[in-house]
Ligand binder design. Sequence first.
Ligand code: GLU
Length: 477
Amino acid sequence: MSQIRVRFAPSPTGYLHIGGLRTALYDYLFARSLGGKCILRIEDTDRNRLVEDAVENLIQSLEQLDLHFDEGPGIGGDYGPYIQSERLELYHREAERLLETGHAYYCFCTPETLDEMRRKQQEAKEFVKYDRRCLNLTPEQVQARLDAGESHVLRLKMPDDHEFTVEDLIRGTVQIDASQSDDQVLVKSDGFPTYHLAAVVDDHYMEISHVIRGEEWLSSTPKHIWLYQCLGWEPPKWVHLPLILNQDRSKLSKRMNDVSVESYLQKGYLKEALINFIALLGWHPADDREFYSLEELCQTFTLERVSKAGAVFDLTKLDWMNGHYLKELPLETIVERSLPYFDAAGLKVPEKDKLHRMVEVARPRCNLLADIPVYCRMFLETPNPQGKELQNLQSEDSKKVLSWFVNNLPSHFPLDAEKVDSLVKEALTATGLKAKAFYTPLRLALIGQAHGPDLPNTFAILGDDEALARIQAALEL
Ligand code: GLU
């Protein structure tokens, strides 16, 4: 196996979640760093858990994050089809082979029988696993029950007293006792293969060189190794990624966190930040550098630097990282990506120049794209002071400030930053007021709040006429 070929193999049982994205990303980075191929395979053999549109959503989320796979559904490739439900014949052929060589056997036990069996094992404090009662059926008995149309599954006969050695590229040598492995169902009563059979068959026929997946699959790996052996195939290299944990170090859960990638994108996290953040959930570079573009990750990533220990999902860090990208990406990019959030906030997008100035002022003060229109609202809606703010504007001091501007601004139009600075200085001297008594009414009049961006920016964003109109309106209150 000379060519590096890895696959991301999600089940379409929902949206792409944080854990799935981490696997997809590491697959992608590993393949790109070594000039290999990255394959997307849809594992849809669990027919009860299928979610409509999940495949489209998964593909869309990966595309949105710029993870473009080399082969897969809708992409094509020489090893397709890439959706398991379209490969059933292949699984049946291999299942047949396992039957013929005695590595698999029919099991006619009903769910009720199995429940009863498990209950007894639990009561007797035994290891809960299939007790192989159907293994002893004679070929004639099996045939008679098949002929009678009895519901059945196909099971893998696991070896007894066998210790499996998993050579894992992250974990090193892992020994797993086979007595813990059940006689895995390979083909279910609905005729669909289980994940275990389908994944092994596909990994073989798709010539997957490295299986990269979450740690939760490590305990299934002996079954897979055994399947490779029974089918006479060479297994791939195994790579089990560390768990992703909640802050309290329990396994990342939907209950404690939002885990849907789509919803992070919707909330206004930037793809650059998400990719950077997710890349560091288990992998860390040799130096302490924090910021990496996808391209830089492709050059830097190695499996050697993926750790065994679980990685904590720290939302505060993601926010911080997103804030960084919000400041650092080209202004044009941030403007464009923030547009849908203006719509969602019910704000009319102003003309280009004003929009750019506003976003430029807003972005160092925001963590999410969605925060940008929230910040910009003061420039887009006429102030409507109430309560204490209204009182402030009606005071004598405030009237002094506002009337000074009403009288002196127009002759200085068009304003620019320098003019605003000098006018403010002049106004401070002319009114003789202390800073707070001066700036508070001015800002309340201009933006409806006592704190905000510096005055040259505020005037520039509002524009000469709008600034004057707002001051006039405040004076008339
Ligand atoms: N379909 C499995 C999942 O949803 C893939 C496991 C594997 O990568 O082998 O996680």
